[in-house]
Design a protein around this ligand. Structure first.
Ligand code: ATP
Length: 258
């Protein structure tokens, strides 16, 4: 299958700090790619150059052959780069279903009439997306009532409502309990397996990274130091050294901080 994304020689400095240095990689359709690295490695900076929030000093980002560098975030999003957020962004007073309807309405550039309560716009499509994420039974619950893990799943449905070619997930499981993390990423992996959307995610929980990603990129001090499958990354001496000076990273567990 062809490449959805082609990143070439991406670099970004902040003053004297070279946050991202000459990073290049490809992403195939239906691929689930993890971007990992110690704190300050440049993961967020990389993400923000992919979604248009930061303009790289040099380099190119092509989505399905179209250059994204220099295009403002909202347009990049319209061109097919979706994202989920570290902070949950739902309308708390609205129901689960209404939140997904809102996303579909926005995607289709329709005007949402906040005053007509039972809007029928995109109801069926919204329900389909809720089925996809296993939340159809919660369609009529107000978002304010949802548990954190459910909200994160709902965010995934909202991101998918925009039908992205590439979905960026920046620390999607932050603040979640370990079992919720596995569930969210399993769900994402299942959606990726359907073959339309490709996902790049950053993650500190190595159990999540190794359990679900197809391929892993490792950044250190802004540079891409390794790329490969979980087994290859685990066995990579440079990665082991960077992360831990040899020890227990790959068994480390973060504690959830909701
Ligand atoms: N707006 C900014 N101004 C100045 N320096 C920045 C800015 N954004 C990032 N940096 C620096 O660039 C480097 C890379 O930061 P970045 O946030 O991309 O790393 P990260 O891998 O996402 O880290 P973390 O895992 O802690 O989120 C760091 O040294 C950081 O201090």
């Amino acid at each position: 299958m062809g490449n959805v994304l082609e990143v070439r020689s991406l670099s970004k400095s902040f003053g004297g700090i070279r946050a991202v240095r000459d990073v290049s990689f490809d992403l195939k359709r239906g691929e689930f790619l993890a971007l990992i690295g110690p704190n300050g490695a440049g993961k967020t900076t990389c993400f923000n150059m992919l979604n248009g929030y930061l303009r790289p000093d040099t380099g190119s980002v092509k989505l399905l052959g179209r250059e994204l560098v220099g295009i403002p975030p909202r347009k990049v999003w319209r061109m097919g780069v979706g994202r989920t957020f570290q902070i949950t962004e739902t309308f708390r007073s609205m129901t689960v279903l209404e939140n997904v309807q809102m996303a579909l309405i926005s995607h289709n550039r329709r005007i949402f009439d906040l005053f007509s309560k039972a809007t029928a716009l995109y109801r069926d499509e919204a329900l389909k997306l809720l089925e996809l994420i296993g939340m159809a039974a919660q369609a009529d619950r107000p978002c304010a009532e949802l548990a954190y893990g459910d909200l994160k799943q709902l965010e995934l449905a909202i991101a998918l409502a925009h039908d992205p070619d590439l979905l960026l997930m920046d620390e999607p499981t932050a603040g979640m309990a370990p079992n919720e993390r596995i569930a969210l990423m399993q769900l994402t992996a299942d959606i990726v397996a359907r073959g339309h959307v490709s996902v790049i995610f950053t993650e500190h929980d190595m159990d999540v990274v190794f359990a679900h990603s197809h391929r892993i990129l490792v950044l250190n001090r802004g540079e891409l130091i390794a790329e490969g499958t979980g087994d290859e990354i685990r066995a990579n001496a440079l990665v082991q050294e960077v992360y831990l000076g040899g020890g227990s990273l790959f068994h480390e567990k973060e504690t959830a901080h909701a």
